[in-house]
Design a protein around this ligand. Sequence first.
Ligand code: DP6
Length: 371
Amino acid sequence: MAAQSLTYTNPALRLSEARQTSGRVRWRSPSNIALVKYWGKHGRQLPRNPSISLTLEQAATFTDIVFSPRNGSATATGICLNFRFEGIDHHPFEDRVQRFLEALLPVFPFLAELDLHISSRNTFPHSSGIASSASSMSALALALCDMERLLFGWAGTEKDFLIKASYIARLGSGSACRSVFPTAALWGRWNELPDSSDLYAIPCEEQIHPDLAYMHDTILLVDQGPKSVSSRAGHHLMEGNPFAPARYDQARERLETLWKAMKTGDMDTFGQITEAEALTLHALMMTSMPPYMLLKPNTLAILEAVKNFRASEKIPVYCTLDAGPNVHVLFPDVCKTPVMAFIESELAPYCQQKRWIADSVGKGPTRLDHA
Ligand code: DP6
């Protein structure tokens, strides 16, 4: 594939060429947690540095698209959409989905000839403070690519299909492009992996040591409210951050070290880099102009408690953070019993309503029955 020039634009994909004109596609797609973070972007959703993530299992979005030849009236820009989120018609997310679909018309011109009924729901509470754009945009991208496959056939391999879905997901939300692959994915051009690209993520499952492929990720819900600064605004602020150039070099160096650790199962190095990346992400927010902070006192208390528990019990348990105050606690399956006991007794009190989500590294998205 001619990686950097790939656009998938295809004006021939019109309904007059399709095998059928109505149908239904349904997908479940998970969220992911970045280890080396994507923070800073340019152009049309292109990352300033490569990132790598673990695909989650439980935190996921279900997306269902029912389509039929256009009967309703389109917007001025061509999409006729009825969007329902968690049972609510014309949910506020509708605008974002509408704009996303409009931007995709050069890739999927047939969307302008259809009435689209899209409904979506998350497996995790919408108010939990868990970022849902990775799961929701990847589920939507997979469903759209599946529509194309249903209507026009697909000459490529299954991997090509997922790469295209990753490309489409990226246009909706950068981190979403990593969610289409099982276990782990890397997004962003990186010299060590010739297949890597800024345009889509690539699968890493085969290279990852089994100890990491069966990790748990317990997400501690420190604060379930909306974030004061969105990720979109955060990426934008990186453009004026004086530490940005050094950060992008650092991300590449860390990726190199982390990649070796992930291949060999070197837990100590994996944990060291993962925790450093989490703090760097938040340090970048604090050094933006205007500076801001998404960490809460209980976030810091958890980070400290995990560090002490790891030192005293000699158990490989590590933390990472998204762009928010909730803490992802990562540990191998063999340590599940003592770590879960520790979380329940020592860490749950730091969580809002003592809530957490018991997640783990997962097997990637699933195509659901279309009946
Ligand atoms: C901190 O993917 O949410 O989670 O591309 O603007 O939608 P947009 O941003 P988004 O940023 C995620 C940032 C992060 C790190 C990561 O997932 O790599």
